[in-house]
Design a protein around this ligand. Structure first.
Ligand code: ADP
Ligand code: MG
Length: 607
């Protein structure tokens, strides 16, 4: 329960709605329990009216004061009128009860939807705050679950569970007060099966829940399996693994069937056991009450009243079990949510961070060492690099040598464990994160396009929607404009998961256009031409040469570009600098760079 206390702030936020909702619940039950009393009264009145009945005074003292007042009023009427009036009153009470029940749902369930909305936003906002490290260590499915599954389970607590709880508590109290006032020993006898009912329902409910979890899990396996078969269909077919995949599917499908049948079995017990126990209570009432009525006909009204109470109580009592398991599930989900919401990003904006710092080009990595914490891989090792404003730098190195890490540290996706990174003589940890990232355009190695139009994908990083001209200019510079025009709807073509399939090279160039339109101080291209043919690559590099002007640019690749002369070429190996200098200096050095250059030029001649 202590986990759920994190929700109190939401109840406080919606306190008016919450309190009014509770009042509605109580009101609806109040009108509800008046009806059996009037029924009991009118049955007695009819019984007394029968020929040969002995006239006895009604035990007015045992009625609720409102009912007593009502009786005092109708008693003086003639018998026919009395019966009609009582029936009408019972009808009106039922309508009132229904009306308040409607209003209680309108307030409490609506409140829970508001809380759900707030929570989803809070969870999403927190995701956006967390850093790259968090996302590396958590699976996407897990992350999705929090925002969907966990939040909706918690909603079951803030809405239905609380509503049922208040409802059953008030109804049980009111019924018990009425029953005990009339006949304590009869009450105790007829109520005795109900606790048993509540406990049974609780256990059956928990079992149902456990089984349905299993069904959910096997369904999710099944879906993943099917999904992979669709997306991997070419691999499956080319390796002739259709049969094996079918075998996997059958196995998963069988598992799912077993679990679903298990669930159906338990569910089958639910209603019969509930009905049995409610029936048992009714039976007891009629049996014991019948015997009492034989001795005293005046008791008939009472028996009728009690049967109504028992039936009124049966639903709330069965609800105890489901409310209890709802709360348990919500607590487990809230615990997960709390853990998540309490995760602090390791990369944080320092209190002293300066906004709109002049993020110019002067970048200095000083003795930087960085280890990816969750894998222990040391990606940079005493790394030094100085880039002056406006310089064009080429970073070369084998796969895994630490090139991308340099870019990610500069963007503060991670903070290095050792050393400092400064831009314009300010430690980047003291620069406001948003201003830092706004001034740097980064084309990541693993490109990502959103399920949106080409134009919107290019304009993604801008706060204001740019004009079509700007978008086209960026696309032209990224050498993709012509190809976009050949798409069915040009710039308005949907891409990403739900859009047209673009080639890797096309996606890379759209990402480049996205970076170019931002018009930042510093640009980083991380191996973003790997899927582009040599001719287009040359074209892009040429365009960049003209558009970059005096901007600082870092190009990370694994091949040498000679189209324009870089101010510096850095060769990284195992997180440190292996060679550095200009093209000519490195050729003269006759090391890794010279070797790579010879290899590449001989290949180009062959091509
Ligand atoms: P490059 O870009 O030169 O191929 P990276 O900078 O991506 O190299 O990686 C340097 C080293 O760090 C590699 O050994 C790689 O396996 C490791 N590495 C890269 N990214 C991560 C990560 N997010 N978590 C753990 N290890 C990583
Ligand atoms: Mg890389």
């Amino acid at each position: 329960m202590k986990h759920l206390s994190a929700l109190n702030k939401y109840f406080w936020k919606y306190r008016v709605r919450f309190l009014v909702g509770i009042l509605f619940v109580v009101a609806s039950n109040y009108f509800g329990v008046l009806a059996p009393e009037i029924t009991g009264y009118v049955v007695n009145a009819v019984q007394q009216h029968l020929p040969g009945a002995k006239a006895t005074a009604t035990a007015a003292g045992s009625y609720n004061s409102v009912v007593r007042y009502f009786i005092g009023w109708v008693e003086k009427m003639d018998f026919g009128k009395l019966v009609v009036l009582c029936s009408l009153t019972i009808l009106v009470l039922a309508l009132l009860r229904g009306l308040f029940m409607f209003m209680m749902r309108q307030t409490l369930i609506v409140m829970s939807r508001h809380i759900e909305y707030d929570m989803k936003n809070a969870v999403y906002a927190h995701y956006q705050q967390l850093d790259a490290g968090f996302f590396k260590t958590h699976r996407t499915g897990d992350l999705m679950n929090r925002i969907a599954e966990d939040v909706s389970r918690v909603r079951m607590y803030t809405g239905p569970a609380i509503m049922y709880f208040v409802n059953l508590a008030s109804l049980i109290i009111m019924c018990l007060v009425n029953m005990f006032r009339k006949d304590i020993s009869l009450s105790l006898l007829v109520l005795s099966p109900l606790p048993l009912l509540a406990i049974t329902i609780y256990f059956v409910n928990t079992a149902i829940h456990r089984k349905s979890e299993k069904v959910q899990a096997s369904l999710s396996d099944l879906t993943t399996n099917a999904q992979e078969s669709y997306s991997g269909i070419r691999v499956i077919k080319s390796f002739v693994q259709e049969k094996a995949m079918l075998g996997f599917f059958k196995q998963n499908s069988e598992e799912y069937r077993k679990n679903a049948v298990g669930l159906a079995k338990v569910e089958a017990i639910y209603f019969p056991s509930m009905t049995l126990m409610v029936g048992l209570s009714t039976l007891l009432t009629i049996f014991i009450g019948g015997n009492m009525a034989l001795a005293d006909p005046q008791k008939i009204g009472l028996i009728v009243e009690f049967v109504i109470y028992i039936n009124m109580l049966s639903f709330p009592v069965t609800a105890i079990g489901s409310v209890a398991s709802m709360i348990q599930r919500a607590a487990a989900s809230q615990k997960r949510l709390n853990e998540f919401l309490d995760t602090r990003p390791t990369v944080v904006n320092a209190a002293t961070a300066v906004k709109n710092n002049n993020v110019s080009g002067d970048i200095v990595f000083k003795n930087v060492s960085f280890t990816y914490e969750h894998t222990g891989i040391k990606a940079l090792n005493h790394f030094d690099l100085t880039i002056k404003r406006g310089e064009k730098v080429l970073i070369l190195g084998k796969t895994g040598s630490g090139k991308s890490t340099v870019a990610q540290l500069l963007l503060r996706f991670f903070d290095p464990q050792q050393g400092t990174i400064t831009i314009g003589h300010t430690d980047i940890r003291n620069i406001d994160l948003a201003s830092l990232r706004n001034k740097i355009s980064y084309v990541p190695q693993d490109i990502f396009l959103f399920s949106d139009t080409v134009a919107n994908n290019i304009a993604f990083g801008l706060d204001k929607q740019p004009g079509r001209d700007d978008i086209q200019q960026a696309a032209t510079n990224a050498a993709i404009h012509g190809e976009i025009l050949t798409l069915e709807n040009g710039y308005d073509t949907m891409v990403g998961e739900r859009g047209v399939t673009l080639s890797g090279g096309q996606k890379q160039r759209i990402s480049i256009a996205r970076a170019l339109i931002k018009d930042p101080e510093v640009m980083i291209f991380d191996d973003c031409l790997s899927a582009v043919d040599a001719k287009t690559e040359n074209q892009i590099i040429n365009n960049l040469y003209h558009t970059l002007g005096n901007k600082t640019a870092i190009l990370i690749t694994h091949r040498i570009f000679t189209v324009f002369s870089f101010d510096q070429v850095i060769i990284i190996d195992e997180g440190g600098i292996l060679e550095k200098g200009t093209h000519e200096e490195l050729l003269a050095l006759n090391g890794y760079y010279a070797e790579l250059y010879q290899l590449q030029t001989s290949q180009e001649v062959e091509e």
